[in-house]
Design a protein around this ligand. Structure first.
Ligand SMILES: Cc1cc2nc3c(=O)[nH]c(=O)nc-3n(C[C@H](O)[C@H](O)[C@H](O)COP(=O)(O)OP(=O)(O)OC[C@H]3O[C@@H](n4cnc5c(N)ncnc54)[C@H](O)[C@@H]3O)c2cc1C
Length: 379
């Protein structure tokens, strides 16, 4: 039974675009379907834009593997495609003596993930790099940086459309079923009109909508796609001068990286994101009682004591697509191919939270492999 198109990718965030690029460069005819009027306007537009080194993730996890591979691929891609990336480095700080063993454990974890360049510094050594910093010790990660994520997504778009690929906006997938024999049929709504489209291969990269699409496809059999639990993060912009050249991170608390100070490629500095488990997807910035601002100011002053009063202004929020509940241990990326769910020629991606931006090119190459098409080199 012939299909309308070889491969459909649902979702034009950074993961769907990286998948579309890998598949198009492997010679596939690819259609990326996106419900919004713009590419990359959901999770991929509302993050810290940090190119993570891979310090935090459990050795052997997909997060560790794809972060390390993806970081190298991302710096190279940016160099080759004129996308701005700034390898500014970061300092993870122990602000009390009692935190120093945690910093040392983080350095060991980085080593286990194959990251050779982090350096443990005394408080004095850290202050010689960043005089405004308060800390007892720090871990310097020279290969951490920031990327112009929108420039990156635009470049991915160019790679897709310059091969046999198309990105179709304003098109929502409202249903998906495996066809008898092979392939898939998708129900779509585009500009108010309903329709159907068929494909041989399918990638579900719908971010916060991925579990819903997975549920359409797996009505039969024992496999169920992971459920998504949204977790919101707020950012405050730092107005006025910022005395740091490196990104500054406190020690992580579980899987949360703590309220960190980062800047984008244009130099705009921000603090965040915090972690608030929410019931629904709503990007409103709520701080009606001032409690959030007070927490941000207090936490930032642990490592930046001279943060001026009045320097923080509400900026934006983002929502993490977590696939575990607040009380459960953190989960790895869930990238489920046929060996997991039994449906040939389908890959579903769930829980692609941080470091998803850093990992995107490596994930794209992996998807092309899972779907058994030759992938572009990721390194
Ligand atoms: C607060 C925060 C900070 C982060 N910071 C970092 C960081 O510093 N570094 C890093 O590496 N990673 C970071 N991340 C993670 C990173 O942003 C994500 O992993 C990545 O952007 C996920 O991309 P995506 O393509 O999976 O999702 P999205 O960008 O959300 O893309 C999915 C797309 O699918 C579309 N869609 C959904 N349902 C449908 C449907 N039914 N039909 C058609 N289209 C549909 C959506 O409109 C959306 O555009 C952060 C994430 C958050 C939330």
């Amino acid at each position: 039974m012939s299909s309308d198109i070889e491969t459909i990718v649902i979702g034009a965030g950074v993961i769907g675009l990286a998948a579309g690029r890998a598949l198009a460069e492997a010679g596939q005819e690819v259609l990326v379907l996106e419900q919004a009027a713009l590419v990359g306007s959901e999770i991929s537009a509302r993050n810290s834009e940090v190119i993570h080194a891979g310090l935090y993730y459990p050795p052997g996890s997909l997060k560790a593997r794809f972060c390390v591979e993806g970081r190298k691929a991302l710096y190279q891609f940016c160099r080759e495609n004129g996308v701005i990336a700034n390898r500014c480095g970061k300092l993870v700080v122990a602000t009390q003596e009692s935190e120093v063993p945690k910093l040392e454990a983080l350095a060991e974890n980085a080593k286990a993930n194959g990251i050779r360049d982090p350096v443990l510094l005394s408080g004095a050594e850290a202050r010689s790099l960043e005089p405004a910093l308060a800390c007892e010790a720090a871990l310097l990660s020279p290969s951490t940086g920031v990327v112009d994520s929108h420039g990156f997504m635009q470049a991915l778009e160019g790679h897709i459309t310059s091969k046999a690929g198309q990105i179709v906006l304003n098109t929502r997938v409202t249903g998906a079923t495996p066809r008898s024999g092979s392939g898939f049929e998708l129900a779509i709504e585009s500009d108010g009109a309903a329709g159907h489209i068929t494909c041989d291969r399918l990638v579900n990269a719908a971010g916060l909508g991925a579990s819903e699409i997975g549920a359409y496809l797996h009505l039969e059999g024992d496999y169920r796609p992971p459920q998504t639990y949204p977790a919101k993060g707020h950012y405050y912009q730092v107005t006025g001068p910022v005395p740091f050249r490196h990104l500054i991170y406190p020690l992580p608390e579980g899987a949360w990286l703590g309220l960190h100070l980062t800047f984008d490629c244009g130099g705009k500095a921000k603090l965040g994101p915090d972690l608030e488990w929410v019931e629904s997807i709503d990007y409103a910035f709520d701080d009606s009682d001032g409690a959030r601002l007070a927490t941000f100011s207090r936490e930032a002053r642990r490592y930046w004591p001279s943060l001026p009063a009045g320097a923080l202004a509400p900026d934006y929020t983002g929502i993490r697509p977590k696939i575990y509940r607040k009380e459960e241990p953190a989960a790895d990326f869930a990238i489920h191919g046929p060996e997991t769910h039994g449906l040939p020629n389908f890959v579903g991606l769930y829980g692609i939270e941080s470091p998803g931006l850093t990992s995107s090119l490596a994930i794209g190459s992996y998807l092309a492999e899972l779907l058994s098409v030759r992938s572009p080199s990721c390194s």
